[in-house]
Design a protein around this ligand. Structure first.
Ligand SMILES: NC(=O)c1ccc[n+]([C@@H]2O[C@H](COP(=O)([O-])OP(=O)(O)OC[C@H]3O[C@@H](n4cnc5c(N)ncnc54)[C@H](O)[C@@H]3O)[C@@H](O)[C@H]2O)c1
Length: 510
């Protein structure tokens, strides 16, 4: 057990590629109360190398010599992924604080068991999601949360290099924990669905190239490409917002973050499909001054602090479990030819409600909420509520053969709800083009006009996301069985602002 509150005696297990980095950083933390005491590796060459480099560190061949040593307060595990669970379990049961390299474990059940043990023994359990301690990633998180980029619509991450090829885990488990942990940290929420495809070429049973898609609900999707078969080392993430775009290049020395004032603007009002023109914006590039420090140093210092003060770590078991859940879902998809894995269904019943609450609602100051999954429900309260802050704009298409009616209804909608972008269409063809390109949340049409609602309905119903759209008919639609499937509101042909407001409210209120 810890002899004094301010001294944490640390043992590092595993001295291959990554372990020495932990030893170096813990050694540098002596003034903060860390004592880098012991290191273990099975491989004599690795032991020799560590003994030569770090005098004063006792080097042993067996992890048990560290875990069972009463003089050691905390154990850092830098062993292969398949050994993480067993090593962490033994260390927690021996009453040690534990730092486990990423990924925490390979299943949610294992994460759950380690969480239980850490609580039972009142020990710190932390996972090495190193990038969450990077100054650049924290800058990005603040930029996104403060709305600097506007509404985030797309994230792309590229993490490729030639090697290092592993045989124990595939490239998804080796590299993607970084991308996933950064995304969950920046967004503060889990994806709704996960999809992955990969190829195994060097070792036919271990994927060395993979592409992962994360659907975060609403309008946000993310792509991750990870590879051990690429000529260049690239660690680049792009965050695309509807106001600005941000590129994070971890390989760059002085310009890790660049913010581009670029975007595509969609006009808020247009009358016919032919009027419609996108505007491309090319503005300045901002390169913020970042006071970079080695993220692993910050991570190690945080771990020591948590041990000393009994604090919950920023990357505790809930954070480890969240990343593990996404990795497991990606692995499941990979094994099933890229099938879409619904995360809710995938995790259902596998962890206790208490731990799931920790995972989704945050531990150690994080908040990981669930993304809204179904757009109509997600939009329901936001559409016409007075003074309600909306995270996103809503889109409506107004269909009527008569130009004056179209303009009237469009004006009414934007008056009720300044968050609405409204397109108008005179014909069914134009309306269908809008549905295709604009993905409206709401279509308003006049049952009696030339715009046949059934053509639009049939088209919408054939689309995978079609049910996300609501339809309001103006005049005479209430008795129609097909329309009533869409929970439409019906109005008299003689439309007033209040009638339309009431209808829109009734459509979105339930
Ligand atoms: N946070 C990061 O950025 C980062 C970077 C690289 C690796 N990692 C993680 O670090 C861990 C180790 O990766 P690596 O690249 O150093 O692997 P590695 O194979 O180079 O090293 C693992 C070492 O552990 C030793 N070992 C295994 N089981 C042992 C045991 N029971 N007792 C003593 N020694 C044992 C092996 O002999 C080997 O030297 C992995 O979980 C990896 O994902 C994290």
């Amino acid at each position: 057990m810890m002899a004094e509150l301010d001294a944490v005696r640390i043992g590092v297990v595993g001295c291959g590629y990554w372990g020495p980095n932990l030893i170096r950083n813990f050694s540098a933390l002596r003034p903060a109360g860390a004592v880098m005491a012991m290191a273990a590796d099975r491989d004599p060459a690795r032991r020799r190398s560590v003994a030569e480099r770090f005098s004063g560190v006792e080097v042993v061949d067996d992890a048990a010599a560290i875990i069972d040593n009463p003089e050691i307060d905390a154990v850092a595990l830098a062993t292969p992924v398949r050994d993480h669970f067993e090593g962490a379990r033994r260390a927690l049961e021996a009453g040690k604080h534990v730092l486990v390299e990423k990924p925490l474990v390979t299943t949610l059940e294992e994460a759950s068991e380690l969480w239980r043990l850490a609580n039972e023994h009142d020990r710190v359990l932390m996972v090495g999601h190193t990038y969450e301690y990077a100054v650049a990633v924290n800058y990005i998180r603040n930029a996104v949360n403060e709305g600097m980029l506007g509404e985030l619509t797309y994230i792309r991450s590229l993490r490729v290099n030639l090697g290092v090829i592993r045989n124990d885990v595939n490239v998804v488990w080796d590299l993607a924990p970084h991308d996933i942990s950064i995304m969950l940290y920046v967004l503060g929420r889990l994806p709704v669905a996960v999809q992955a495809m990969g190829k195994a070429r060097v070792n036919r049973s271990v994927e060395d190239i993979a592409s992962i898609t994360l659907d975060f609900g609403e309008d946000l999707m993310a792509n991750i490409i990870v590879s051990w078969r690429d000529p260049q080392k690239v660690r680049q993430m792009t965050f695309v917002g509807d106001r600005q775009m941000l590129v994070y290049d971890d390989v760059s020395v002085n310009e890790k973050v660049r913010i581009f004032d670029k975007g595509v603007d969609v006009p808020r009002r247009y009358d016919t499909f032919g009027d419609f023109q996108y505007t491309y914006r090319y503005g300045d590039i901002l390169i913020p001054m970042l006071d970079e420090q080695e993220p692993l140093f910050i991570e190690c210092r945080h771990f020591v602090e948590c041990c000393q003060l009994g604090k919950d770590p920023q990357t505790g078991p809930a954070s480890g479990a969240a990343v593990t859940a996404v990795l497991e879902a990606a692995q499941h998809s990979l094994a099933n030819n890229g099938s879409v894995v619904d995360l809710d269904e995938f995790v259902d019943g596998r962890v206790t409600p208490e731990f799931w609450k920790d995972i989704t609602q945050g531990a150690g100051g994080r908040r990981l909420g669930r993304a809204a999954t179904r757009r109509p429900e997600g939009d329901a309260t936001a559409v016409v509520g007075d003074g309600v802050q909306r995270p996103t704009r809503r889109r409506a298409v107004v269909v009527d053969a008569d130009q004056a009616t179209r303009a009237f209804v469009a004006d009414a909608l934007t008056t009720f709800e300044p968050g609405f972008d409204v397109a108008t269409a005179a014909t069914v063809e134009d309306a269908l083009e809008w549905v295709e390109s604009f993905h409206p949340h709401l279509v308003v049409f006049n049952q009696d006009s030339t715009a046949n609602p059934h053509a639009i309905l049939d088209d919408l119903m054939s689309r995978p996301d079609g049910r996300h759209c609501r339809i309001v008919t103006l005049g005479g639609g209430a008795g129609d069985s097909r329309l009533s499937e869409w929970r439409h509101g019906a109005l008299n042909a003689d439309v007033t602002l209040n009638d339309l407001l009431a209808a829109v409210r009734s459509v979105f209120a339930d």
